[in-house]
Write a protein that binds this ligand. Structure first.
Ligand SMILES: C[S@@+](CC[C@H](N)C(=O)[O-])C[C@H]1O[C@@H](n2cnc3c(N)ncnc32)[C@H](O)[C@@H]1O
Length: 293
């Protein structure tokens, strides 16, 4: 079953810790994966490690509140050895600010203090790569994260995390129903879309590849996506022009609508020609005029 729903959190960790999670999520995960050694690098009130200890699983919990910074410190070095399972539960969407509010002084590397989503996506990727490094070959690393909507704009942190990690390692995307979230109590006048009542447990299975080599795989995946995007957009423009267009019209149409940064790239017109010539999507119907194949 890829959907988890635990209305109660159980006796583990601290129910008063803002953003705490149900211990049954970890109990279910540990039963499924049977780790001998588990690490939670953002342990908060200790829910996950309490469950692990009760199940006789060796566990280490780290957190910024007790001097471990996932953006600067190596999890592997702190733990002293690789683990079978490394799962984090980061703060997201500025719903709860931890440093300076839940504990201690404001900390610049507190993931709940990111200035915008881009900064968060980047830092979460860094955290996940740190987790991966601390995971045995064949072990599992992952994160428990939700999505967020503010002023009508939906940000999918889970989709961004999946896009930034090696797709060949993605093992499971499990939906966890949210119970007793603070926003439940609020009234949203004129709410059209359903309130977000779920999080995702994202799991990756580590392959042998050293992290530095991931750069090649991730760069290839991103380059393929970008190529696909050019292809899809040019097709969209040709369709809007009735299924065929001269190269000149295509350039004009694209130049009129695309971002200045794209136009600043002197190769963008060559990119258009390459797609017309080499994808098999188009045929040349007369000199300089292209139609959908
Ligand atoms: C959502 S809470 C975890 C809650 C936990 N699962 C529980 O049930 O209590 C997220 C935690 O991430 C920690 N955190 C934020 N930035 C961090 C960083 N850079 N390194 C390590 N921990 C960080 C926060 O201090 C907070 O305790």
């Amino acid at each position: 079953m890829s959907i988890l729903s635990f209305p109660h959190r159980g006796p583990w960790g601290d129910s008063k810790w803002r953003g705490n999670c149900s211990g049954y999520v970890y109990q279910d995960l540990f039963k499924r994966l049977k780790p001998n050694f588990y690490i939670d690098p953002m342990v908060g009130s200790g829910t996950s490690t309490d469950v692990a200890n009760e199940m006789g699983i060796e566990a280490i919990g780290l957190d910024l509140h007790s001097g471990f910074n996932i953006l600067r410190d190596s999890i592997l070095e702190r733990a002293g050895k690789q683990a079978d399972l490394v799962v984090s539960h980061p703060p997201y969407g500025n719903q709860v600010v931890y440093s300076g509010e839940v504990w201690g002084e404001p900390h610049p590397d507190d993931l709940s203090r990111c200035k915008d989503d881009d900064e968060f996506h980047q830092k979460l990727q860094q955290a996940l790569l740190n987790q991966r490094e601390a995971t045995k070959d064949g072990g599992v690393y992952g994160t428990l994260i939700g999505d967020y909507r503010k002023n009508g704009r939906y940000t999918s942190y889970q989709a961004e995390a999946i896009a930034r990690m090696p797709s060949a390692e993605l093992m499971a995307v499990i939906i966890k129903q949210q119970h007793n979230v603070m926003s439940n109590a609020k009234q949203y006048p004129g709410l059209v879309m359903p309130r977000i009542m779920h999080e995702y447990l994202l799991l990756w299975k580590r392959k042998q590849t050293p992290t530095i080599f991931l750069l090649r795989d991730l760069a290839t995946e991103q380059a393929n996506r970008l190529r696909g995007t050019w292809r899809a957009i040019i097709r969209n423009v040709v369709i809007a022009l009735g299924g065929s267009a001269s190269l000149k019209t295509l350039y004009e149409k694209i130049a009129a609508h695309c971002d200045e940064r794209v136009k600043a790239n002197p190769n963008w017109q060559a990119k258009v020609r390459q797609i017309l010539n080499s994808t098999g999507d188009y045929v040349s119907v007369s000199r300089g005029v292209w139609a959908l194949a």
